[in-house]
Design a protein around this ligand. Structure first.
Ligand SMILES: *[C@@H]1O[C@H](CO)[C@@H](O)[C@H](O)[C@H]1NC(C)=O
Ligand SMILES: *[C@@H]1O[C@H](CO)[C@@H](O)[C@H](O)[C@H]1NC(C)=O
Length: 176
């Protein structure tokens, strides 16, 4: 799925553009509720972090799984609306907290507005437009609980660097 930002991109030529980073706390599934995991994005809280050259290893020493996202913010008034596109076959209008086919009860204001999309990226990433004029992309995830949807383990991938086993890191470059 490709996010359609053509309308935004043409306007961006004149709009100021700011990029920032933050992480979501992955919900831990306490009280028997659904945990954030491989298939389930269920954030509980978000915190800004500084500019990143490489994402990861994601620290988990505090016992908290994290999902790192970047936001590209503009002053464009997008009226809570953006468009995704299934490989050029179908534009779908996305209106924040709204579904055309049923009355949506908003329990997850972030995850409920997230879609799988590609923005000329070198891998698929999750993303959305939660705030008007803003494009948000998920960059990396490291979670400590299984979401119970089939993988049967936490998304806690590691690699050896020398003798040190650490969380995977993602190198990132943005061109716009
Ligand atoms: C903003 O979005 C709402 C809901 O989709 C729509 O009814 C309204 O016409 C839009 N306003 C503008 C200025 O496009
Ligand atoms: C996550 O990976 C680290 C490093 O391999 C390991 O020490 C830790 O026990 C793992 N935690 C979970 C919940 O998988």
């Amino acid at each position: 799925m490709i996010i359609c930002l053509l309308c935004l991109i043409f306007e961006i030529i004149d709009a100021s553009l700011k990029q920032s980073y933050s992480f979501y706390v992955g919900f831990d599934g306490t009280t028997g509720l659904q945990a954030s995991g491989a298939y389930i994005f269920r954030p509980s809280g978000t915190y800004p972090i500084g500019s990143q050259k490489q994402v990861g290893p994601i620290p988990i020493g505090d016992g908290v799984g994290k999902e790192i996202a970047t936001k590209i913010s503009t002053t464009i008034k997008s009226n809570e609306t953006f468009y995704t596109d299934s490989n050029g076959r179908d534009f779908i209008e996305r209106i924040q907290d709204y579904r055309a086919d049923w009355d949506r009860e908003v329990n997850q204001p972030i995850a409920g507005n997230y879609y799988l999309l590609s923005v000329l990226v070198d891998r698929s990433v999750g993303g959305s437009s939660i705030v008007d004029g803003e494009l948000e992309l998920m960059l990396h995830r490291r979670l400590l609980y299984d979401d119970g949807k089939g993988v049967t383990k936490a998304i806690n991938e590691t690699a050896y660097v020398g003798n040190d086993c650490r969380g995977l890191a993602v190198s990132i470059s943005f061109y716009y």
